[in-house]
Design a protein around this ligand. Structure first.
Ligand code: SF4
Length: 481
């Protein structure tokens, strides 16, 4: 069976839940004007990891029960009627409800009923899309038993009738979207839209409307409230006085209102606004950036590369700790701490500059993972208070003091912009997800030459990351301090 693109014949399937939670318009477009698109390499990697997880669960079930693979909807029904212990790749359909679903497993309960079960990489059972998917399997089975989810961290969770109302809301809304002839009005979301296959369809429409949701930091609810107050376009917002804008969700302080007005002007004219003087900590700066892999056997992120740039900050001053796989995780962490101690003796008033709070959070997690929160170097790194720590998040002076003509304030957004820092990565395709994909290729590679080539590519990318934070520091010092 294939699922038709004709909206009248469209059967609602559990996998629609992910799209529905993310964007109603994308759900509508999938039903009415679907485009074919390939998964990007990172999503393909996640997909493959999901398949591997499913295979592992299958092997566990096979060690205890006889498992039958279902070939069709009818075959699934026949296997259920036979009362086999486990059905793999089951196929369920209910034309009356307009639902179709493919649970990874149907497991026969001692009461004789079947329970749907899915293997999921997620470590949390409270994710909305996951709950809807499992809830739909329950609808298709029309039973009372909870559905089962084999989570990525090895736990097994049950999803029962507590999510029935959420499943009803999903089904009703999907039916409404199926009947609707016009695409639903939605707001722009930079994080979701720029990686969406319908970006080229939607983006020009947002641009023509000068939709305020195009602005960085403006919440969708705020956009609705601004519209209710007659401020519907970026141009209208750009000409407002902050004092005249009433308080509304996510927009209550005068400071915030001034920010969004300046962000609107910056969007329209490409202008940069400095709100305050930038203050940077004194000392010897070392730039710091990590690369970590979330797809480990324990699902605890493994830092495969702790990258550092030391004075005088040329390409040759890149220093790093690399580990080949997660079995070396502890050693990599210890080498990192040793290196920090070495730098402390070599440089006075050390500052470890990084962009965003990921590096600091990772150090906290590693200290917790290895029970080392009392370790002297860890205590020095994390400090008692913000002002005690040598770790310095460079995103803070940017966010606190500057309004930039950007839709995102990530390191690459700022550094790559020709009118701002104008630093270009040698590998244009590289990024943090790209790095994870390359590292997983490295893990699988057998030939030494291939492994070496992949490692060099990842090191080059990380070197560019720390060079970028250095360029950002220089840019801030030259223009805003
Ligand atoms: S581009 Fe954005 S608004 Fe359009 S369908 Fe995709 S996520 Fe939704």
């Amino acid at each position: 069976m294939t699922v038709s693109n004709n909206p009248n014949l469209y059967l609602i399937k559990p996998s629609d839940a992910t799209t529905w939670v993310s964007c109603k318009r994308r759900t509508w477009l999938d039903m009415h004007q679907a485009v074919n698109h390939d998964a990007d390499p990172f999503n393909q990697l996640l997909f493959n990891a999901g398949l591997q997880h499913e295979t592992n669960i299958l092997a566990k079930l096979q060690s205890k029960h006889e498992v039958y693979r279902a070939a069709t909807f009818e075959h699934t029904q026949a296997l259920m009627q036979q009362g086999v212990a486990v059905i793999y790749q089951a196929r369920l359909i209910d034309h009356e409800l307009g639902l179709v679903g493919y649970p990874d497993f149907l497991i026969r309960h001692e009461c004789g009923e079947y329970q749907a079960a899915d293997a999921k990489l997620s470590q949390k059972e409270n994710k909305k899309a996951l709950q809807i998917q499992l809830g739909l399997y329950r609808r298709l089975l029309a039973g009372q038993l909870p559905a089962i989810v084999f989570l990525g961290d090895g736990r097994i969770a049950n999803i029962g009738d507590e999510i029935d109302s959420l499943v009803d809301a999903f089904i009703n809304d999907m039916r409404r979207l199926r009947e609707q002839h016009e695409q639903p009005a939605v707001r722009y979301s930079h994080s979701k839209c720029r990686i969406c296959p319908y970006f080229s369809h939607c983006r020009p429409q947002f641009d023509i409307m000068e939709d305020i949701s195009l602005l960085y930091g403006v919440h969708g609810h705020t956009v609705e409230h601004l519209a209710q107050n007659g401020i519907e376009t970026i141009s209208q917002l750009a000409t407002q006085n902050a004092e005249d804008i009433p308080d509304m969700p996510h927009l209550t302080s005068l400071k915030r209102k001034q920010r969004v007005i300046l962000q609107a002007r910056s969007f329209l004219n490409g202008e940069l606004f400095q709100l305050n003087k930038v203050t940077l900590p004194a000392g010897t700066w070392i730039h710091f950036d990590i690369e970590d892999n979330p797809l480990t056997s324990t699902r605890e992120r493994h830092v495969y590369l702790w990258g550092l740039l030391i004075p005088p900050y040329t390409r040759n001053d890149f220093d790093y700790i690399w580990t080949d796989d997660e079995t070396q995780d502890y050693n990599g962490w210890l080498f990192f701490l040793e290196k920090i101690e070495l730098y402390r003796t070599r440089y006075t008033s050390l500052i470890l500059a990084h962009y965003s709070n990921h590096e600091k959070n990772t150090i906290k997690k590693y200290a917790e993972r290895y029970g080392m929160d009392k370790h002297a170097t860890v205590q020095w790194l994390l400090g008692q208070h913000d002002e005690d720590t040598p770790l310095f998040d460079m995103q803070r002076p940017v966010m606190d003091n500057l309004i930039l003509p950007l839709q995102g304030y990530g390191l690459k957004d700022i550094c790559k912009h020709p009118g701002l820092v104008n630093f270009q990565w040698q590998n244009q395709e590289s990024g943090s997800q790209w790095s994870v994909v390359q590292f997983n290729h490295f893990l699988k590679a057998i030939e030494t030459q291939k492994k070496q080539r992949l490692k060099v590519e990842i090191l080059d990318y990380n070197r560019d990351d720390v060079l970028a934070t250095r360029k950002l520091e220089v840019w801030l010092r030259n223009h805003f301090t």
